[in-house]
Design a protein around this ligand. Sequence first.
Ligand code: SF4
Ligand code: SF4
Length: 280
Amino acid sequence: MAENPPTTVGGEPMRTGDTYNCAAEVIGLELDILGKEVNFPIGVGKGQAGLADIVPLARTLCAKIIDVVLENIRSDGGRIPCCKGCAACCSRYLVPLSVPEALRLKEEISAAPGYRRESMSRACLLAARRILSQEPPKPFMGQPAQVSPAGPVDLDLMSDWYAGLKLACPFLDNNLCTIYEQRPLACREYFVKGSAGVCKGQRGIAEVVEMPVQLPNALAQLASELEGTSVEAVILPLALVWCEDNPARAERTWPAAMMVKRFVEVVKAMARKDSTAVVA
Ligand code: SF4
Ligand code: SF4
């Protein structure tokens, strides 16, 4: 049975009863995730959309892929210890955001009620100040708010440097994520299989769960193609600073249908690549 469009990009949902209004287009995304078919209809408005507008779609798709992956692990007897209040991972890892996510987070923080907006902005800016007061690795000198181009070696170097700062995520409070609904895709996708103690430096066995499609990478590629830039990532605590430095990038728009179709192609290509790698 066809599902309702989980999200609409480029306008309000345009459905009447069970029939899509002719003003809306529905784009189908079918993925093979670990041998399970994931069907995903996407409602698309006729209007323009900015990079931030595609993020809710990526979050919904991310949740669907995670469900399949975790169910697969559990049905094989694997244990996923990740749960609310378990947050050692939030205290040590660099969280990269794709450009659309950075722009979306800025919008969401700006739209939050006054007291929440102020506390989130303050936490983020304090962390940013602390990061920017340190000397980043040489490849990042001159562009401290931006990791670009994001080759794997560069990200490893950046991650090691960041871990050395011993900065907990500015959005972590009492072991809870204060932006849970808006948290980055990298956080959503991060699970380990095995023992939670390993994340706290205790003995045990745990491995990071590989996602067949990494949605932050898909968004980063989409943004890079649309904007004609290299593939970029923004460190989470620097997201607000970065957005302030790049106001024009929040204003650019593209036809929503074109943006969604390209995103679907990117995601499908990543899923195909992953299944080929598994077969090989
Ligand atoms: S990754 Fe580790 S620290 Fe983070 S929620 Fe999972 S078990 Fe807990
Ligand atoms: S955004 Fe939330 S989930 Fe992600 S590292 Fe920060 S506290 Fe943890």
